[in-house]
Design a protein around this ligand. Structure first.
Ligand code: CA
Length: 235
């Protein structure tokens, strides 16, 4: 049976931002074989234009790019919306990866990578962005309201502008308020297919805390020394 147009649509459009044509070609080939549609940009400016014009479901973003580097592209994508982004990085320094996550990337893959691995990460990030379970009830914890179906979190009724990874972390913490989660537990919950280091959790949670703080909820996210983090609701 042929998949319905609906199913095809739901697989999604991936924008591959990569200035090395051989790498871009291989990635596009693997993605298409898995049913994704793809667009390609070979420099930073073109990437931004395509994000605006084609509205991809996910962006695979190389860091080393001509015109405008990937981190700057990421900064601008984030200033305009919540399109999931996976960074491709040839550099071995953790700094770049961590900076990318500070800027709101959802995951990263280090070059040289296997295209199969990249496709697995793309699927994992998209699964988090669009949850498969159709009707999970809205979770209400203190001032927080978490709608897993729509991937929307609100604090005192005000929408929090979260990346998919930040959303999953908050959702995990909020499902068991008061429980101290280890970084490993949080990583497993929010980035199950990633081989990201545990301290990557710290970066995502730092971003999440900043966003909670901006709406007056800074005290909600508590660091538990020697363990990890918990959602803390004052009685
Ligand atoms: Ca490059």
């Amino acid at each position: 049976m042929l998949p319905s147009p609906d199913t095809l649509e739901s697989v999604g459009l991936v924008l591959v931002v990569e200035d090395e044509p051989e790498i871009a070609e291989v990635l596009e080939g693997y993605l298409r074989r898995e049913g994704f549609r793809t667009e390609r940009a070979s420099d930073g400016r073109q990437a931004l234009n395509l994000v605006r014009a084609a509205r991809p479901d996910l962006v695979l973003l190389d860091i080393m790019l001509p015109e405008m580097d990937g981190l700057e592209v990421l900064r601008r994508i984030r200033s305009e919306g919540h399109t999931p982004v996976i960074l491709l990085t040839a550099r071995t320094e953790d700094l770049d990866k961590l900076l990318g996550l500070e800027l709101g990337a959802d995951d990263y893959v280090t070059k040289p990578f296997s295209p199969r691995e990249v496709v697995a990460r793309v699927k994992a990030v998209l699964r988090r962005a669009v949850p498969a379970e159709p009707s999970r009830p809205i979770l209400r914890v203190g001032p927080l309201e978490i709608d897993s179906e729509k991937v929307v979190a609100r604090l005192e009724g005000v929408r929090l502008e979260l990346t998919p990874t930040e959303f999953r972390l908050l959702e995990t913490l909020a499902r068991t308020p008061g429980k101290a989660f280890t970084r490993a537990e949080l990583l497993e919950a929010a980035l199950p297919e990633s081989d990201a280091l545990e301290r990557v959790v710290d970066v995502h949670l730092k971003n999440l805390r900043k966003k909670l703080e901006a709406l007056g909820g800074g005290g909600l996210l508590e660091t538990v020394r020697g363990v990890g983090y918990r959602l803390w609701l004052e009685a």
